[in-house]
Design a protein around this ligand. Structure first.
Ligand code: BGC
Length: 740
């Protein structure tokens, strides 16, 4: 889309001049020694470094270049940038400050589009899949794995950490995020960020904030009541930042309440720094800066992606002019540089520099991480009469559609991870941005054939529905794959691509023993749900997706994923049923997002938030909720009452006393993933974050809890509620700076 092609000759000239000027700086032994002196805190070391810097050196850290081979044909990568990277900020050799080599994104090392060379990397399953695990430990492992690859490929800043809430089920980037609930999304994304950063690289939380759809993402002005904002999208960011401690945050393309997100003092200073006490640096999304002084004074530290837009707002000429006019003062520039340097010291970029490693990578252990994540994130949505797991006795299985004979689909845009191996289905449209459409070479059909050697497994691509129905009729059982391709810069329809709904109907009519496997970016409508006995949501399952799907289908893995988002029954159930929001829109639903909306409006979803079946069953007992020193915690006993080992995502919901001012009848207050052998019981504890028992008080800023009886309920989903306990809680007030 537009943002990938804007480029001017003037920009090219300036870019080359700057790159050339930084090419051969003098080496200053005393200053380089300073970089190597590990005494002092990151902030102290940054201050000492700052004192050595010339103004030109300071300004050079504030502007990032495009480092990739994305669209602009005339684009010349700055000297020192690494091929296929998202961005590049030159280092200062004289001072021993390395460049910042930036790579996308949250699902793995994304070596970008365009015609240039692609470096294969290991793709995790998509964000909703990891959120569906309800398992921060797995999210951490995934982050650790992709951060390890980033470092091995010579990158020291990863642009992962997407935590925008799923407000708009048609958002083309939902597959990069972690669903609709602030607690779940913030916890999972925070864990992933911490995992990435465990490799001594910086990770980024993004896209701050309200970039909840791609329609009008550059120009849309989104308005929301502050209290609602604090209790929804901002809370997701707050939790992700608290748990992940990212070195950087990326401000979004869109406007928030009339100001571009990258020049919003409310977002970048009041909330992020004053209230949350975060110490990192803010970078703009690629081309999302729109001013020099206004952005700098609002709290934007680094402009990214120069080379995409025609103007570099943080180019040296502009910053010097702003300084000369007194629009920006020297202390502000020092602050911006200090934040960047502090993060670089804190996250090992200077002490433990990345090297440009171009050698082969051992992908086997990394693929194992991706597979575990995919397996734990697959959600069994429906399983009438125990259709699944597949019986080893089935003689003939027909598999239809979704290119399941070749691989599994991935989402498009800057987060697309090219596989180590070929695109299994090349040539699908769009082949250019935000494509190409990529299928990872992990074929469900091939994996099933390996797992079920005595079963005949036939495949039909579904292009000819009559032939597909004929094949379905001849089989003992049918597995239809339904796909939805989603990508950055576009929003999608709330249904499977093309004619797949009709295909499923037709196949199910031919053979009622039909299992549907979905590979989607987010929720889709499932108008055929009542006509098929089993449905599996596999999301974009990543590099090992075929193996993960097959393992779940045959029961080698017992499914334990739970939906991180509501699947609506119809478009009409959404707060914005018509189409995604246009230019200027108020988020009238406020914090009433996802299941909260469905609860508040008493709507019956197709599949509720938190829903996910297993091949075994669980019960909850002896729920106990206690309050000690202001903190609330629940304990309960979880029992596996079935015949298979399995994992459960225990959810704890809380409902407020009447008159609480809450946005919805209940909120997710905590969760725990627990593994149990058949017949086994475990006593587990779930601590409740006090912010989730409060509302944001704008009149006297902070979190405020009304006194009264709160109901805590252990549940298998937001609509499958188990035992509950009521306890009285007194009024309480927490300052905006409150931390757990
Ligand atoms: C995306 C970011 C990404 C950046 C660099 C932007 O278009 O919104 O998520 O990190 O490009 O590729």
């Amino acid at each position: 889309m537009a943002r990938r092609v804007k480029y001017s000759a003037a920009a090219a000239g300036m870019l080359l001049a700057l790159a050339a000027s930084g090419a051969a700086p003098a080496q200053d032994v005393a200053s380089v020694t300073l970089a190597k002196d590990t005494r002092g805190s990151p902030a102290e070391r940054a201050a000492a470094m700052l004192a050595q810097m010339t103004q030109a050196e300071k300004l050079s850290l504030l502007e990032g270049f495009l480092g990739n081979d994305f669209a602009p044909a005339k684009f010349t990568m700055p000297q020192g940038a690494r091929p296929g990277s998202a961005g590049y900020v030159p280092g200062i050799t004289r001072l021993g400050i390395p460049p910042q080599w930036q790579t996308d994104a949250g699902l793995g090392v994304a070596t970008q589009g365009g015609a240039g060379p692609k470096r294969g990397a290991t793709a995790l399953p998509s964000g909703p899949a990891t959120a569906a695990t309800f398992d921060p430990a797995l999210a951490y492992e995934g982050g650790r794995m992709i951060g390890r690859e980033a470092r091995a490929f010579g990158f020291n800043v990863m642009l992962g950490g997407g935590v925008n809430l799923l407000r708009e089920p048609r958002n083309g980037r939902n597959f990069e995020y972690a669903g609709e609930d602030p607690l779940l999304a913030g916890t999972i994304v925070g864990a992933e960020i911490a995992g990435v950063q465990s490799n001594r690289v910086i990770d980024t939380v993004k896209h701050y904030a309200l970039n909840d759809q791609e329609t009008v993402r550059d120009t849309g002005n989104f308005i929301i009541d502050e209290a609602a904002f604090r209790m929804s999208d901002l809370l997701a960011f707050e939790l992700a930042i608290e748990r992940g401690r990212p070195g950087s945050a990326m401000c979004a393309y869109n406007l928030v309440d009339g100001l571009h997100a990258c020049e919003s003092p409310f977002l970048l200073t009041d909330v992020l720094r004053r209230d949350w006490g975060w110490q990192g640096y803010v970078m703009s999304d690629w081309g999302a800066a729109h001013s020099t002084a206004a952005s700098a004074n609002a709290g934007l530290d680094q402009e990214s992606g120069f080379g995409l837009q025609t103007d570099a707002w943080y180019g040296r000429d502009k910053l010097e002019a702003a300084l000369a006019k007194g629009e920006v003062d020297h202390a502000r520039i020092d602050l911006m540089v200090t934040r960047i340097l502090t993060a670089m010291f804190a996250h090992g970029l200077i002490d433990d520099p990345v090297t440009d490693t171009t050698g082969p990578t051992d992908f086997a252990p990394n693929r194992a991480v991706a597979q575990r994540d995919a397996e734990a994130g697959i959600v069994l949505l429906k399983n009438d009469a125990s259709m699944l797991p597949l019986a080893a006795t089935a003689k003939r299985i027909a598999v239809i559609g979704g290119h399941a004979d070749k691989g599994v689909i991935a989402g498009g845009g800057s987060s697309l991870v090219y596989p180590d191996g070929e695109n299994a289905v090349p040539g699908l449209k769009p082949t250019g941005w935000p494509g190409p459409v990529v299928y990872y070479p992990s074929s469900p059909v091939e994996e099933l054939r390996q797992l079920l050697p005595d079963t005949r497994i036939d495949y039909a691509d579904g292009e000819d529905p009559a032939a597909a129905a004929k094949l379905a009729k001849s089989a003992d059982l049918v597995i239809v794959f339904g796909t939805q391709w989603a990508a950055e810069s576009i929003d999608v329809q709330l249904h499977l691509d093309g004619e797949q709904d009709a295909l499923i109907e037709r196949v199910a009519a031919a053979n009622r023993r039909t299992v549907v496997v979905l590979e989607t970016g987010g929720p889709v409508l499932t108008p055929w749900a009542a006509k098929v006995p089993a449905i599996v949501e596999a999301w974009y399952p990543g590099r090992m997706g075929g193996a993960a799907i097959a393992n779940v289908l045959v029961g080698k893995v017992n499914p334990s994923g739970h939906l991180p988002m509501t699947f609506p029954k119809s478009l009409g159930q959404l707060p914005y049923p018509g189409e995604p929001r246009k230019k200027e829109a108020t988020y009238t639903e406020g914090a009433t997002v996802g299941y909260k909306w469905f609860d508040a409006k008493a709507l019956q979803p197709q599949f509720p938030f938190g829903h996910g079946l297993s091949y075994t069953s669980f019960t909850y007992g002896d729920l106990d909720v206690t309050r000690t020193d202001g903190s609330v915690a629940a304990t309960l006993t979880v029992t596996n009452t079935g015949k298979r080992a399995g994992a459960d995502a225990v959810q704890l919901y809380v409902s407020p006393p009447p008159g609480s001012g809450w946005e919805a009848p209940k909120r997710l207050a905590g969760f725990a993933k627990v593994e149990l052998a058949p017949g086994e019981s475990k006593r587990i504890g779930i601590a409740v974050d006090p912010r989730l028992l409060s509302i944001w008080d704008t009149a006297s800023p902070g979190w405020s809890r009304v006194p009264g009886a709160y109901t805590f309920t252990a549940a298998q989903s937001s609509r499958d509620l188990g035992p509950s306990v009521k306890i009285d809680l007194p009024a309480a007030k927490l300052p905006p700076q409150w931390r757990p």
